[in-house]
Design a protein around this ligand. Structure first.
Ligand code: ADP
Ligand code: ZN
Length: 745
């Protein structure tokens, strides 16, 4: 008899597929089942990725330790999706499976359900003799209470109200009462939804049931046709902020559900899930759930299993929810599809939006990518005819787009000094909003008080000892801090380079912005939202709730406030240093600037009052600033396409960024050079650029040297890289391969 072999993925970084023998007498685990396998001296939990593996050296294989599931634990189509991700993004299958598996899926994971002991009345079958026997008053009382609750009562609740456990036990002996364990589900909607609730119940209308505007109706007819056709198709829904995309999502979801299929909705950030999930809940009730890494392990585990059991029809989640174990998906929605948060910056380095499209293709679903400012990739795919493109150019109810003014900060600096934070025009606009009782939102995409501390004598800046970046001064904490490794220290009394005693700060962050606004308007209710103030779970939902209830006059923050949220009574948006991102040595700098500006400007005037936006910049003529001010996506796309084409950057070509890390710059450079040489030797159909020190040449005490592969055949590039790494296995641990990188810093 020939050996029965299975291929297994284990969640150990960088490991490939492993093959094991299934011993005689052991059940053959199907694809998707969990198994315990020996790995070195340990026993680890893995997931079967092929239940009929073939390998030439079967003689040396070890046996499976134990088969944990006789049915697929992870649905087989999700195993396939994970394997696609592992291959495309050059990660180990275990890495990809680890993202797809729920928490507590290791050995003993079946006990991760929380149970509650219930007592219930035994209902005797019709005609059966009733068990007789003496019953005291306590027993009679217990029976009476249980009779009023056919679904049973928690034992703890009974004992709290005076029914003792011994009474219940005697009734059990008499055959009148039985105990059972009930699984209680940890529900992420409890608590988390408080802040969000006020947002979606404000309007009082059920989402997805409004009369559509003519533009919405046109787009809907197209989407409806795609859903009814029941085939894979990707549609780019490009609609200005406030054009009613979400209304279309909900309506389309209702159609899909009525056809017996399911819906997956991805949003870029945890903070956006309560509001979006709330909308879907308002329409579809308990068959909606959420999945994201901000939930507790218990909640995530329980909701994963609800989805797996088929009790959920709509999942709203962040990036990793693209692996949700839904069966029978008819529609996938990727909201704010341009958002960089869809890219995972650790292995597997997948782009959730693109994985959604792949899943849609695998399962024959319609994929809707929604954005006011589509990514260059999606727009290029639409331009090439690979995606359909639907446009919503107007806001609902004929609300006008905000009136945008670009404020050139050069003359402001000339008159008020280079540390002028807020221009006269913006001060005036803020003041008029305050006097009218309207809300304002001020964006500065940099946290902290001052972004640079430097010596007046020698101009040396305070740098992180572990990273090649300057330290940011945080005034409340009275410390300087590194935003890459979190190193923090008190501000030194003297310059470490020359001993000079005059240390100065420059570069404004949100903390200073908030302080200036508070000083100027002491009576105003000012709230700051950035990673320093929003630490705790649910904090952002609370702030958004306060804003929605009109309890905030001025909201100050980083890009956290720019995204997605609907603030009906904000009539003024101010942008400080619109060009913060433009100085970065990253080919997406202009795209990110344009998107952020357009999104934040779109926050103004979403309600009944018209909006105004003031955008402060030192580069009023940069095309990303101009196009954002004009809210002209096509103008931006045209200019940016020219730039990407000229520089040979994505989406014009496929790009892989390879970073080799080392203890010294010399070592990293030597290793990267050797690796690049081996890659070249493999003859990939690609151009190889570099190696050179990365723009962030040191992070957390590791030096970083990078090289790029550019070409049209990612498979050829990837394979050349992996073969080269096989020739230098000692570099694997220190090498990062980033396929379709989001940032190349
Ligand atoms: P987007 O997702 O494109 O930014 P939303 O779907 O959030 O836009 O819609 C913006 C606002 O307009 C929301 O308050 C929404 O409730 C409302 N809205 C959407 N569609 C309609 C419609 N057809 N009629 C009236 N109000 C609508
Ligand atoms: Zn650091």
């Amino acid at each position: 008899m020939s050996d029965r072999l299975v291929a297994v993925g284990v969640p150990v970084p960088g490991l490939g597929r492993l093959t094991y023998r299934v011993a005689l007498g052991q059940p053959l685990p199907p694809k998707g089942a969990r198994v315990l396998v020996p790995l070195g001296g340990r026993i680890v939990t893995g997931c079967v990725i092929d239940s009929n593996a073939i390998t030439p050296d079967a003689g040396t294989l070890r046996d499976l330790e134990e088969v944990l599931d006789t049915d697929a634990y992870l649905p087989q189509h999700i195993v396939d999706l994970a394997l696609w991700v592992a291959e495309y993004y050059a990660a180990g299958p275990g890495d990809a499976l680890a993202v797809a598996l729920p928490p507590m899926s290791g050995r003993g994971g079946n006990t991760a359900f929380r149970t509650l002991k219930m007592a219930e009345l035994v209902v005797a079958p019709e005609g059966a003799a009733k068990p007789a026997g003496p019953k005291g008053p306590k027993q009679m009382e217990a029976l009476a209470r249980l009779a009023s609750a056919p679904e049973g009562i928690a034992v703890t609740a009974l004992t709290k109200s005076g029914v003792s456990l011994s009474t219940l036990r005697s009734l059990e002996r008499l055959g009148l009462v039985r105990f059972r364990e009930e699984v209680v589900e940890r529900d992420p909607f409890q608590g988390a939804a408080d802040g969000a609730q006020s947002l979606w119940t404000l309007g009082g209308e059920t989402p997805g049931t409004r009369d559509l505007t003519p533009e919405q109706a046109l787009a809907y007819r197209h989407l409806e046709e795609a859903v009814v056709a029941g085939q894979f198709k990707t549609v780019l829904l490009q609609g200005v902020t406030g054009s009613g995309k979400t209304e279309l999502y909900v309506r389309l979801a209702a159609l899909v559900l009525s056809r017996g299929k399911r819906v997956l909705v991805l949003v870029p950030e945890i903070a956006l899930t309560p509001a979006v999930a709330g909308l879907f809940r308002a329409r579809f009730g308990r068959r909606v759930t959420i999945q994201h890494s901000g939930l507790s392990d218990g909640e995530r585990h329980d909701q994963w299993h609800r989805i797996r059991r088929g009790e959920v029809d709509v999942v709203v989640g962040t990036r990793s929810a693209v692996f949700a174990p839904l069966v029978g998906i008819g529609l996938m929605i990727v909201d704010e599809e341009h958002d960089g948060a869809y890219k995972q910056e650790e292995s597997p380095r997948y782009q959730g939006r693109d994985v959604a499209v792949v899943r849609g293709r695998m399962e024959g679903a319609v994929v809707v990518l929604g954005s006011a400012t589509p990514s260059m990739e999606s727009a290029a795919n639409a331009a090439a005819g690979r995606y359909d493109r639907l446009l919503l150019t107007q806001r609902v109810m004929n609300r006008p787009l905000a009136d945008v003014r670009v404020v050139d900060m050069r003359p402001e600096f000339a008159t008020h000094g280079a540390d002028a934070v807020i221009s006269q025009a913006l001060w005036d606009a803020l003041e008029s909003r305050l006097s009218r009782g309207e809300q304002s939102l001020v964006l500065l995409n940099r946290r902290g008080f001052a972004t640079v501390v430097f010596c007046r004598s020698c101009a040396a800046t305070l740098e992180c000892p572990h990273c090649s970046v300057t330290l940011t001064y945080h005034r409340t904490a009275r410390r300087v801090r590194c935003h890459y490794c979190n190193y923090a220290t008190t501000v030194p009394k003297a310059c470490g380079t020359c001993g000079g005693e005059f240390l100065e700060q420059s570069g404004v962050g949100t903390e200073r912005l908030e302080a200036e606004i508070r000083t100027r308007f002491p009576g105003a209710r000012v709230v700051r939202v950035d990673r320093d103030t929003i630490r705790r779970r649910g904090a952002i939902a609370r702030v958004l709730g306060d804003v929605a209830r009109g309890e905030v006059d001025i909201l100050v923050g980083t890009q956290m406030i720019a995204k997605g949220h609907d603030f009906p009574s904000v009539t003024l948006v101010g942008v400080i240093s619109a060009d913060v991102g433009l100085g970065m040595a990253d080919f997406r700098a202009a795209e990110r600037t344009f998107q952020l500006l357009t999104q934040v400007v779109g926050r103004a005037g979403r309600g009944h009052m018209a909006g105004e936006a003031l955008v402060q910049t030192l580069y009023p003529d940069h095309y990303s600033v101009r196009a954002a001010a004009a809210q002209d996506y096509d103008a931006f796309f045209e200019k940016e396409t020219e730039f990407r084409t000229r520089m040979d950057y994505p989406p014009r070509v496929g790009l892989i960024n390879v970073i080799v890390r080392g203890k010294s710059l010399g070592q990293a450079m030597d290793d990267a050079t050797a690796l690049a040489g081996l890659v070249r030797h493999q003859g990939p159909k690609a151009r190889l650029l570099g190696p050179a020190p990365a723009p962030l040449s040191k992070i957390k005490d590791e030096y970083r040297v990078q090289f790029f592969l550019k070409g049209h055949q990612r498979r050829s590039m990837r394979e050349a890289l992996l073969r080269a790494l096989d020739l230098k296995p000692e570099l694997k641990r220190r090498t990062t391969i980033d396929v379709d990188p989001n940032s190349v810093l």
